[in-house]
Design a protein around this ligand. Sequence first.
Ligand code: ADP
Ligand code: MG
Length: 236
Amino acid sequence: MLTLDGVTVRFGERAALDAVDLDVAEHETVCVLGPSGSGKSTLLRVVAGLQPLDGGRVLLGGADQAGVAVHRRGLGLMFQDHQLFPQRDVAGNVAFGLRMRGASRAEQADRVRELLELVGLPGAERRAVAALSGGEQQRVALARALAPSPRLLMLDEPLGQLDRTLRERLVVELRSVFAQLGTTVLAVTHDQGEAFALADRVVVMRDGRIAQSGTPLEVWQRPASEFVARFLGFEN
Ligand code: ADP
Ligand code: MG
């Protein structure tokens, strides 16, 4: 589904991404984990087409994305700093990507109803987004990202602003939504609990490079380096 082949991004002297190779298979959930500044957000921006490359290639469904506009990549984006549209109600937010594609009103209404049920907000169409709790707003943002059936859903610290208990609950719900829809997911977090609960595969980054990639169990049981072990909390 997604291939990064030697992707390099520099800011001055510093490589935010240093020849990164990564493959994400269809229906797979990959969580990118790593300390602040390790290049996680840059990785997502590169895939989204929001960040020019200094080297390498990004392929989606086998096609090189060089020169392909952001809105033509077939992605769903849910970034921490992406706010809902406050002047629209819940349905207006969820239907955003469908309107852009010219879906009929009836199609929009059906899809919105289906998605709100899926994210645990049945019947919330006419609610004002300002009146929603933080957790409810995250669910609406998720429904909005999923509405156009993206071939790849990308999440950047999606639950970062929520409290611990709510995050743990939402992670379980996210996993079930992705399984039901067969969504391919590339998610970024600095929270290992979140990554381990959500991911089929975990990728640990350090200084713009992949320090380790494996199933949560593999990474947990056999950290590839002292850095990974320390990052996972095996202090000694
Ligand atoms: P993370 O999301 O893992 O915290 P980022 O991808 O945001 O890391 O950043 C990786 C590195 O690139 C950091 O050193 C950061 O300071 C640098 N960086 C990211 N974006 C920019 C930018 N627009 N201009 C300059 N440096 C940047
Ligand atoms: Mg980041």
